[in-house]
Design a protein around this ligand. Structure first.
Ligand SMILES: NC(=O)c1ccc[n+]([C@@H]2O[C@H](COP(=O)([O-])OP(=O)(O)OC[C@H]3O[C@@H](n4cnc5c(N)ncnc54)[C@H](OP(=O)(O)O)[C@@H]3O)[C@@H](O)[C@H]2O)c1
Length: 330
């Protein structure tokens, strides 16, 4: 009888273990299975100093790329040392860039354009998830200003270099959260919010702007040898969520309650980087221009991200916002 109970207990334990393993594997979304030698190529990644950006930068360095990490903090120099050590690749650099400050982006682009002959891959990865209304240096709502406008300006200022590099790609890290936004509310974009509901819409709106930017950029780059993709990296246990919870009412409590779920259902930063890596390593001919990727594969686009009229309106709004109206694209 005791033996039977032990056998039953072992079976239950095995079943629970297998279910946990399968659930975790399901939510991890799999690994990037394509790899490319990136010797001689230059990759620029924003926010490569921590989170999924750091994991992405490490893998790119392992493939031999020259990796430029654009980040706002000089602490990134320690991250560069760590990546150089782990990858054995000494061509990893830090250049200071604050997406919260348009002048900082202009300074960065000027320096980068002077010093570099090519830009094979631009990864617009950095991001914030602010649920309390705040503004960037120039007075734009911070989610929209940092996640979209900062990258919009950066990409445009580097576009000539990207277009002149054969088979180049622009990889935009968006989020599935963009589907929670039905449009871009141009009239009240930078107006202080009145309620938590409005504040919770700020991040999705900025991520929708990422997707719409990709949609419009594909049109603008027609006839060039550059491809543009956007992606959802998954739900990841990274700094962005911790910061987000800390801003919410009862955020610490919610964070605590979600902790066991996050262990099982959130990706690690390593897995969070995999879809970005797939977009960087996928054979150029196979990479779908304008495609939206998730869990290492092409995924169906949301109708709102394909709204050409909205994408065009956002482009014009953004040009004015970052004062690029008279700018020759490439
Ligand atoms: N985590 C998720 O579940 C999830 C889900 C969907 C999409 N995403 C997207 O994935 C991307 C990476 O997020 P993550 O999860 O890796 O978050 P994270 O760990 O918080 O990393 C965010 C990165 O963005 C940088 N950054 C923030 N503000 C910046 C600024 N003003 N100028 C320059 N860099 C700035 C941060 O640099 P500092 O160290 O200087 O702050 C950091 O390197 C974001 O675009 C996010 O929207 C994440």
């Amino acid at each position: 009888m005791q033996m039977q109970n032990q056998a039953r207990f072992a079976k239950i334990l095995l079943g629970v273990g297998a279910s946990l393993y399968l659930t975790k594997s399901y939510f991890n979304g799999g690994k990037c299975t394509v790899h490319r030698d990136l010797q001689g190529q230059t990759v620029l990644i924003t926010g490569g100093n921590r989170g999924i950006g750091k994991e992405t930068a490490l893998d790119l360095a392992k493939r031999g790329a020259r990796v430029v990490i654009a980040s706002r903090s000089y602490d990134t120099l320690d991250v560069v040392k760590e990546i150089v050590k782990k990858s054995g690749n000494s061509k990893v650099e830090f250049v200071q860039l604050d997406l919260n400050d348009l002048q900082s982006i202009r300074n960065f682009a000027e320096k980068f354009n002077c010093e570099n002959h090519r830009l094979d891959i631009l990864i617009n990865n950095a991001g914030v998830y602010n649920t309390r209304f705040s503004k960037t240096k120039e007075g734009f709502e911070s989610n929209f200003g940092i996640n979209h406008l900062g990258h919009f300006l950066l990409t445009n200022l580097l576009l000539q270099k990207i277009v002149n590099t054969p088979q180049s790609r622009i990889v935009i890290v968006s989020s599935r959260a963009h589907t929670r936004s039905k449009t871009i509310d141009f009239d009240s974009l930078n107006q202080p919010t009145n309620s938590l509901i409005q504040e919770l819409e700020l991040y999705p709106q900025s991520k929708l702007a990422n997707c719409l930017f990709a949609t419009e950029l594909v049109d603008k780059l027609k006839g060039t040898d550059t491809k543009v993709v956007s992606l959802h990296p998954g739900v990841i246990k990274s700094g962005i969520y911790q910061h987000n919870f800390s801003q919410l009412p009862f955020g610490r409590l919610i964070g605590l309650l979600l902790y066991p779920i996050s262990l099982l259902c959130f990706k690690s930063e390593y897995y969070g980087a995999q879809t970005t890596l797939t977009c960087c390593y996928e054979d150029f001919n196979k990479l779908v221009n304008g495609g939206y990727y998730k869990d290492n594969q092409l995924y169906k686009q949301s109708p709102v991200s394909q709204d050409k009229e909205l994408a065009n309106k956002l482009w014009d709004y953004s040009l004015k916002a970052v004062k690029l109206e008279n700018f020759k694209l490439y």
